[in-house]
Design a protein around this ligand. Sequence first.
Ligand code: ATP
Ligand code: MG
Length: 255
Amino acid sequence: VTRILGVLNFKGGTGKTTTVVNLADGLARAGRRVLMIDLDAQGNLATYLSVPYRYTITNLMLGQVGIEPCIVNARPRLDLIASDHSLLEAEGQLWRMDDYQAARQSVSEKLGNLVGYDYIVVDYSPSVSLLSESGLIYTGELIVPVATDHLAVVGFRHVSKTLREIGRIPEHGVRLRAIVPTFYDGRLRKDRSILKTLQRYFPDQIGAPVRRNVKLAEAPAKNKTIFEYAPRSHGAEDYQKLVDQILSSEYPPPH
Ligand SMILES: Nc1ncnc2c1ncn2[C@@H]1O[C@H](COP(=O)(O)OP(=O)(O)OP(=O)(O)O)[C@@H](O)[C@H]1O
Ligand SMILES: [Mg+2]
């Protein structure tokens, strides 16, 4: 059974793309077959990992090609369906569909029959769109990176808003799998207290925080995952904990 993980927060810059790349690479390094899907016109997972591609998810959504030519290999056991600014055309097409239900099913319909992967990891844009809504219906388990530095300013509003947005999709059984505190600085009382509060609200979902780490910020410019760029860094250590958290909820359990 393929687990479909969506990395989502309707707030920008919380570490979604960083989480997608490093979680996916970490799972692939653990021997799983993984596909990343870029659902963010600005996200550019392919550029992040310096993977050449010919077709994007837009071509798939517009029915110009089948799924096979859209899949490119990025690393051992790690594949990718790229996206770029043309994704807005796919969004436009969804809006032009008369049938709202059908529009929301389109991502599932186009991607539905993918076989051969243990994990599919979806990167979302921070904006609420018909495309992300459709992606959410495709997603089985949600991973929500929450920046502990931003929370101090905006409180819990964006987390609870995210959960409300998802709760509004009635027929959809997405499960909140993990909340990942990001940009964490344990020296700051504010970050420690936010982490405590998150742990109180989401005791079953909170994992180890991902510390603010310069190597994580540098890796994309080198087109590398953190495990390639700085395997001994705090960033690699923290993302490995997330990988282990996800692996530990595999069914049947890993041995
Ligand atoms: N733990 C961290 N420590 C330091 N820098 C980080 C960390 N996590 C992410 N970054 C950097 O912060 C920036 C934002 O991260 P990222 O792009 O992953 O966020 P995002 O949620 O995908 O943003 P968007 O909403 O725009 O898609 C990037 O430059 C990234 O390299
Ligand atoms: Mg992103």
